[in-house]
Design a binder for this molecule. Structure first.
Ligand SMILES: Nc1ncnc2c1ncn2[C@@H]1O[C@H](COP(=O)(O)OP(=O)(O)O)[C@@H](O)[C@H]1O
Ligand SMILES: [Mg+2]
Length: 264
């Protein structure tokens, strides 16, 4: 269970550039729920994920995962519970290290000792099997530097690393947006598979409304740092893209959907 209470985040407080990015977010997510998150540019989606992961300190409010209140935990400590995949395929992996070295690092998440780069034979076999499941032929490239992979391959590897040790929460921030449509679809299918297999609790930001409606079992829409729509599985299934657009229009008029919202 994730519980977010009265979460507020301001950037550059007290200056002319002050931005109230999160204006009091309240959200309870049950274990095993997969939530899609939509909203226009600047709605606060990434800030919400960054505050959850501990990349940004919060102004006030509480963030709890299970019984633990991690509102003021540093990012590295939260990383033992929370995995994330960003939009930029370069961010989740280390280019200079091989696939197996990257996976070995991911395999030690939460361990207190050592980040040595040695890869044990038994782990190598596990990595090979895991990579084989991706269907991208990466199992034959265990010793290649990750920098040689394509963006999509790298994003698939990042997802695998994020879930190699089951995280309590998986955060995805437009993680397929930088990929070509075919690769994006493959990475999305892998995402759905991993979330289902491990029954992960996940928040996935997407600007694709069809995806947001089709995937997961709850959808939230952010606007101006607030949750302005929160629908469960049944209601979501009955919704159309037009319904979502209608919601957008009512909060801010027509120009609101002209940014990166994708209508298909
Ligand atoms: N690091 C930052 N410094 C200053 N302002 C920021 C920063 N990150 C986000 N913001 C501002 O906070 C608001 C919410 O941004 P963000 O969470 O990135 O929106 P979204 O991901 O929904 O597009 C925007 O007005 C944005 O300009
Ligand atoms: Mg964003």
């Amino acid at each position: 269970m994730i519980e977010i209470r009265d979460l507020v985040k301001t950037f550059h407080p007290g200056s002319v550039n002050e931005v109230l990015a999160l204006a009091g977010i309240n959200l309870r997510v049950k274990n095993g729920y997969f939530i899609t998150v939509i909203g226009s540019n600047g709605a606060g989606k990434s800030t919400l994920l960054n505050c959850l992961a501990g990349s940004y300190a919060i102004d006030s409010g509480h963030i709890q995962i299970g019984e633990q209140d991690l509102s003021y935990w540093p990012e590295h400590r939260r990383a033992s519970l929370i995995s994330r995949v960003f939009q930029d395929p370069l961010l989740g992996t280390c280019a200079a290290l091989s696939l197996e070295q990257n996976l070995a690092l991911a395999n030690r998440r939460g361990c207190r000792h050592g980040l040595g780069r040695g890869v044990r034979r038994v782990d190598r076999e596990l990595f090979r099997q895991q990579l084989q499941q991706l269907g991208l032929g990466l199992e034959d490239r265990l010793r290649d530097p990750v920098g040689l992979l394509s963006g999509g391959q790298r994003q698939a590897l990042t997802l695998l690393m994020a879930t190699l040790i089951r995280p309590q929460v998986l955060l995805l921030d437009e993680h397929t947006a930088a990929l070509d449509p075919k690769t994006a679809q493959q990475v999305l299918e892998l995402t759905v598979k991993l979330i289902a297999e491990q029954q992960l609790t996940a928040l996935m930001v997407t600007h694709n409304m069809r995806q947001a409606l089709q995937l997961g079992n709850r959808l939230i829409m952010l606007h101006g740092g607030r949750i302005i729509l929160d629908v469960g599985e049944a209601e979501k299934a009955a919704m159309s893209i037009e319904d979502l657009l209608q919601k957008f229009y009512t909060v801010r008029g027509e120009e609101f959907v002209s940014d990166r919202m994708m209508l298909v």
